[in-house]
Design a binder for this molecule. Sequence first.
Ligand SMILES: [Zn+2]
Ligand SMILES: [Zn+2]
Length: 218
Amino acid sequence: MAKRQVCKVCRTKYDKSNGFYPVCSETCAVAYVDIKIRTDKIDKIRELTKELRRKKNDILRTDLDRQFRLTQLAFNKLRKLEEFKWFHDRGLEPTCISCGEEMGEDFWVCSHFKTARQRPFLKYDKKNTYLQHGMRCNKYLRRDINGTETTHGYIKGLSLRFGKIYAQEVINYCEDGFSDLEYTWQSVEKMRTLFLGEAKYLKEFEHILRQKNLTGNY
Ligand SMILES: [Zn+2]
Ligand SMILES: [Zn+2]
């Protein structure tokens, strides 16, 4: 007995020797060709899309500014998590480096003592970054380095938190440090991988970030 096949179009069973394999009839053969053309086209488009996406990714990947931006986000997030842990380990609520107050109605940012513009080689440096109020102290008081009538400021904040000796060490390091480090997209991308990896171990503090992340600014 001849082998019974299932028609690729109408799913009925037919005899393989009918001359229309893999379909049952001339009608289904016509339909089958149509379908085949359509699916082949879809496959082709899919392939092209994939190819384009790959090319686009390659271009994006070598874009140093984009690498800087993404790596800064990863680093800032890591630093905030590390800061939360620092306070947690001492049984303290997180406080702002420049005013000493808790988060309140504000939100937290990772604040650079020396900005990326002032010291490009310190933009991913842990010694140069601490927790600060995003709105009041970072934005309105422009990082409040020297203090105001109501706040002690970043410099004094370092002393209050770490003691005079270490604070001075941090300040000297940030003020006088020098590096001729040249960033490449590869090196910046690699740093991001490291930061993201480190942040994984601090997941338990992520809920603090989510408490008030109005700006989406990690
Ligand atoms: Zn059929
Ligand atoms: Zn503050």
